[in-house]
Design a protein around this ligand. Structure first.
Ligand code: PRT
Ligand code: MG
Length: 211
């Protein structure tokens, strides 16, 4: 492979679930870099490095070309509409659902207050249903909002449902199926075409095998 390639990932489940895919295409981060607090991880492949950033920052790094490729949840990408990016592949990892959740036996008022960090997705969902809502932007712990009377319902990611249950909430409506996507910088797709295409194809083969 020729040229330098930088891949942006987020710490947590995206990194954990992407590492086996990277290994599958022959890219292994330097174990010392991985176990430490480094944000730039060298790999066994000359010229290939990983940068570890906040999940919500992956599309920004890739659209500005600070990283050539990235792995980002569809939830994050839906909030970053308008940033120029290629999204060539559904990696089918870090799966969950974006859901409206609230109390089981409490109908929502005419203009409910919805707490979420997914402001754009929530707004689009209710607009398309023709529902009037007030969106309250939060940065975390959405489940708390209905309990303390800040909101009538929340829009958040749900996997097992344990977090909702632990807080007395239930899923009400599914807004979107979420999984992590491979994203590619537009200029890199042209200028580093062979290297980028080799990586995308390698990932695609692995995703196909896992199906
Ligand atoms: O940095 P930030 O806090 O924004 O994200 P993070 O540290 O969680 O990042 P990372 O890299 O771990 O992955 C986040 C991405 O993983 C999201 O953008 C999703 O695309 C994907 N993902 C898949 C999830 C979940 N499943 C998930 N269950 N991200 C978060 N959760 C949280 C959810 O927000 C809720 O608090 O887990 C809780 C619900 O899980 P259950 O199993 O209790 O239902
Ligand atoms: Mg987290």
């Amino acid at each position: 492979m020729t040229g330098e390639i930088t891949i942006a990932l987020s710490k947590g489940r995206i990194l954990e679930q992407t590492l086996p895919l990277l290994a599958g295409i022959g890219i292994e981060p330097d174990p010392d870099d991985l176990s430490g607090r480094k944000l730039i991880l060298g790999t066994n492949r000359a010229g290939v490095k990983l940068v570890v950033v906040r999940a919500t920052d992956v599309p920004t790094y890739v659209s500005y070309g600070a990283a050539d490729l990235g792995v980002a949840g569809k939830d994050v990408l839906m909030e970053h509409q308008g940033e120029p990016l290629y999204e060539p592949l559904d990696l089918n990892i870090a799966r969950c659902k974006l859901m409206l959740a609230g109390y089981a036996h409490r109908p929502l008022p005419t203009r409910p207050r919805i707490a979420t960090k997914y402001v754009n997705s929530a707004r689009a969902y209710f607009a398309q249903r023709g529902s009037q809502v007030e969106i309250i932007k939060l940065y975390g712990s959405m489940e708390l909002a209905p309990i303390v009377g800040l909101a009538d319902a929340i829009v958040d990611l749900v996997d097992t449902g344990n977090t909702l249950r632990a807080n007395g909430l239930v899923p009400l409506e599914e807004i979107a199926e979420i999984s992590a996507r491979l994203v590619v910088n537009r200029a890199a797709m042209k200028l580093k075409h062979d290297a980028v295409t080799a990586l995308v194809d390698g990932f695609a083969d692995l995703v196909e095998l896992a199906r």
